[in-house]
Design a protein around this ligand. Structure first.
Ligand SMILES: Nc1ncnc2c1ncn2[C@@H]1O[C@H](COP(=O)(O)OP(=O)(O)OP(=O)(O)O)[C@@H](O)[C@H]1O
Length: 258
């Protein structure tokens, strides 16, 4: 059996008296698209912050791509192949759309994942190469027509897409998406689902997705982890999760519906 790309073992973090996450175990294998769900305050974003090194766990170990991340700075963790998006959009607002991607794509050409997904033209050099690659990249996301717009002027759904494009341009092995559909209308959400599925199909990128939109999570994830009050209460296929009594209970006794 192959080694997991990410292995989270008995990880916990405490803020003062609050155990925000405890006893978290998780394994992600190359190419998987996995959901991380749970009610508000369950510890999902805190888990992302530990995976990216922004918070250091007070307990347990996180091994990414064979390396214990404990002593690595957030920057080193990013460099080793972990990219993320944020619940609240964090673009370079005063930069153009294409510059937002260029900032991230200094390492674009080196990463086979990007070229394998997007079949970028390889015959350009230097600045021209960067420009062409970034443009090809934007096309995939339907963002090329906005290329010279300041990112702050994009429609909301497009800003969300640009965040994902920028995270991907860094050439990650693991992409962490924190509520990518937040604030999107149903049409934008459906398009986003298609986009994530496309990325998943065309590459061996591993994706961990936090999302409150159950239709999206259940529709595209192969497996799902469920947190409640900082504890992992279930993991399994969408079908298993939908029918798990503990999960139904955690969601205020309501049904986990699509
Ligand atoms: N830096 C911090 N200091 C103190 N408490 C924190 C800190 N970060 C998170 N928490 C607390 O940890 C708990 C988990 O928060 P977290 O943001 O991870 O939840 P979440 O599952 O992402 O929730 P949501 O769905 O609302 O985004 C909450 O009680 C939160 O207030």
């Amino acid at each position: 059996m192959t080694n997991p790309l990410l292995k989270v073992e008995d990880v916990g973090i405490q803020f003062g008296g609050l155990k925000a996450v405890s006893g978290l175990n998780m394994e992600l294998f190359s190419g998987e698209l996995v959901g991380l769900i749970g009610p508000k305050g369950a510890g999902k974003t805190t888990s992302f912050n530990m995976l990216t090194g922004v918070y250091k766990p007070t307990k347990g170990t996180i091994v990414f791509d064979g390396k214990d991340t404990k002593k690595l700075s957030p920057h080193k963790i990013t460099k080793s192949g972990v990219s993320r998006t944020f619940q609240n959009i964090r673009l370079f607002k005063e930069l153009s759309v294409i510059d937002n991607v260029k900032v991230a794509n200094h390492s674009l050409a080196k990463h086979s994942i990007v070229s394998s997904i997007f079949r970028l033209p390889m015959h350009f050099k230097g600045e021209e190469k960067m420009e062409m690659e970034s443009l090809e990249f934007l096309k995939i996301f339907g963002l090329d027509r906005y290329k010279d717009e300041l990112s702050k002027n994009l429609p909301y759904g497009m800003q969300r897409r640009l965040e994902i494009a920028r995270a991907l341009a860094a050439g990650p092995k693991l992409l962490l998406l924190d509520e990518p559909a937040a604030g999107m209308n149903p049409e934008e959400t459906a398009e986003l689902m298609d986009l994530i599925s496309l990325i998943r199909e065309k590459s061996d990128l591993t994706i961990l997705l936090i999302e409150h939109d159950m239709g999206l999570v259940m529709g595209i994830c192969e497996r799902i982890y469920v947190l409640d009050h900082g504890q992992l209460i279930a993991d399994g296929t969408p079908e298993e999760i939908r029918n798990d009594p503990k999960v139904i209970e955690a969601y205020l006794g309501g049904e986990v519906t699509e």
